[in-house]
Design a protein. Structure first.
Length: 37
């Protein structure tokens, strides 16, 4: 697993996080059986 992680971190560019469509839309949330988020 360590080898996989070391290879993977070299393949993923170091970028700042960005918002995607779902982050900008307030309709994406889940509730429980009592109606609480």
């Amino acid at each position: 697993m360590d080898t996989f992680y070391n290879v993977l971190k070299d393949e993923i560019p170091d970028e700042k996080p960005s918002l995607i469509h779902g982050d900008l839309w307030s309709g994406n949330f889940m509730i429980d059986m009592q109606g609480y988020p």
